[in-house]
Design a protein around this ligand. Structure first.
Ligand code: ZN
Length: 341
């Protein structure tokens, strides 16, 4: 199916929240990893999200160019074409973008969508994230308000973050002393400022999350924080104000923690680190198993069949697709595609 349009994506998110399941949002940096996500989703009969970070976009544009918006555009254009061959819906998001990178990443991509819409073509991306979690809540929402007003006119979904996620993702390093738990007061302020604007936004409200790698026990996830935020917003603004939540920094979380967060309105879960490992694990296996074929050892010529990058990248694609299937299952998404409904 083509990339989900705004109306379809909205219906998918509504159904996910009421059905207590979520879509995996998988970071990709290449055609191969994008194809892995499409394959994994299709084999799970599940809709999902393909996501490009600032670093992923820069990487995809080529190491001599390093233009984050250019690389993100290339990946999105590939997904628009390739997704037509899979019987599921996919949405295209961009990941964490700090204030000082908006002009180099999100804004050019929004401008591209505006240009396309003016020519009667579909949006380039379905949604973009602005990460103002390193700012004061007031400054964060000042920027979010302006973006949401522009996004609402263009059928783009905005994702924002309140509270800070610990750890590291791309070049975004969390402050260890930062506030790891959003408060109901923070999220009431989000609703007060953003809900009158219209459009559609997703909220990554942190509840002890840490980006990147950590060993079990390092983090105290408290999904109950999400329930407190939802209860507070519904009490003050009614059920229509209930949030669509995003789970960041979830690699290594237990199934119980994930399921509890789904029950409180998480509709999107970012998965990056676990996918990176699944991909690299397959490549490493191939290299270790075929050591004297991938290398020219002791004057030998190696084996073209095993050093052809397609050989190990195809293994990596399949391994990552399997990890996508696991993510879908963890998020109770098996068989839930809206394609054909
Ligand atoms: Zn985050």
């Amino acid at each position: 199916m083509p990339v989900a349009d705004f109306k379809t994506y909205s219906a998918i998110l509504d159904r996910a929240r009421s059905g207590h399941f979520a879509l995996p949002a998988v970071n990709v940096t290449s055609l191969i990893t994008a194809n892995a996500v499409l394959r994994g989703l299709a084999e799970s009969k599940a809709d999902g999200i393909i996501q490009v970070s600032t670093g992923g976009g820069a990487f995809a544009s080529g190491s001599a160019v390093k233009d984050m918006a250019l690389g993100a555009t290339s990946i999105a254009e590939h997904v628009h074409r390739a997704a037509e061959r899979y019987p599921i819906y996919v949405a295209l998001h961009t990941d964490h973008c700090l204030k000082d990178k908006l002009d180099k990443f999100v804004i050019p991509l929004v401008e591209e969508t505006e240009k396309r819409r003016a020519a009667g073509r579909p949006n380039l991306f379905t949604g973009h994230m602005f990460d103002g979690s390193n700012l004061s809540l007031g400054q964060n929402l000042d920027i979010a308000e302006k973006l949401l007003a522009r996004f609402a006119k263009n059928d783009l979904v905005l994702e924002i973050e309140t509270g800070a996620v610990g750890g590291e993702e791309d070049d975004v390093v969390g402050d260890h002393s930062a506030k790891l738990y959003t408060t109901p007061e923070d999220t009431l302020e989000v609703a007060r400022r953003l809900n009158p604007i219209g459009g559609r936004y997703l909220l990554a409200a942190t509840f002890g999350n840490v980006h990147g790698v950590y060993k079990p026990g390092h983090v105290k996830l408290r999904p109950g924080v999400l329930k407190e935020c939802q209860d507070a917003v519904v009490k003050k603004y009614g059920d229509g104000a209930r949030f669509y939540l995003v789970f960041h920094g979830g690699s290594g979380s237990t199934q119980a923690e994930i399921h509890e967060s789904l029950d409180y309105g998480v509709v999107k879960m970012n998965v990056d680190t676990d996918m990176q490992y699944a991909f690299t694990r397959a490549v490493a296996g191939h290299m270790f198993k075929n050591y004297d074929g991938v290398l020219k050892v002791d004057g030998e010529v190696g084996s073209k069949k095993v050093y052809d990058p397609r050989t190990y990248l195809a293994l990596a694609e399949v391994a990552m697709a399997e990890r996508v299937k696991q993510a879908v299952a963890d998020l109770r998404g098996n068989g839930k595609t809206m394609f054909g409904t």
